[in-house]
Design a protein around this ligand. Structure first.
Ligand code: AMP
Length: 144
């Protein structure tokens, strides 16, 4: 299965982004309102400046207390983002996520952001593929 197929299967293929300089409490508000686990930090919705996940926020609150919520997201985001391309294989993407211990990966075309997939999207797509394979095998065995 390819990343492009996973993107197509998502009900909402838009990526939630916020510009550099956003305060952390605003990021938390967006994560909560949109029911997502990570936001891409981008000046224009296309160029990738970083990624910030709920883990970054919780870690910082644990370290320094809630006062960090008034600070700039640039201080806690991951600037060295691992990304993938539409034509990448889902298993390779899953491997990247496992090796890097993260659950979100932006999809780029050239330097432009075109989507984001989570580990949940990959697992869901893989499960439906397994169900289809299972049904096909069952059909062959039963002679349908
Ligand atoms: P996550 O598991 O996605 O909530 O993120 C765990 C940690 O990895 C956080 O510090 C994120 O900022 C970072 N992170 C999330 N996605 C990526 C990515 N695609 N590339 C690099 N780091 C990431």
């Amino acid at each position: 299965m390819l990343v492009s197929q996973i993107l197509k299967s998502k009900s909402d293929d838009g990526v939630v982004t916020l510009p550099p300089g956003t305060i952390i409490s605003r990021v938390a508000e967006v994560l909560s309102a949109r029911r997502i686990g990570a936001v891409v930090i981008s000046p224009d919705g296309k160029k990738l400046a970083g990624i910030v996940s709920e883990r970054d926020i919780v870690r910082e609150i644990g370290r320094r207390g809630a006062s960090c919520l008034n600070e700039n997201v640039d201080t806690i985001m991951t600037a060295k983002v691992v990304a993938c391309a539409r034509a990448d294989n889902a298993n390779d993407v899953l491997q990247k996520m496992t090796d890097g211990r993260f659950r979100h990966i932006p999809v780029l075309e050239g330097d432009e952001l075109i989507g984001l997939i989570s580990i949940g999207d990959v697992v869901k797509a893989r499960l439906s593929e397994l169900h289809m394979e299972n049904d096909a095998l069952e059909g062959m065995i039963k002679g349908f």
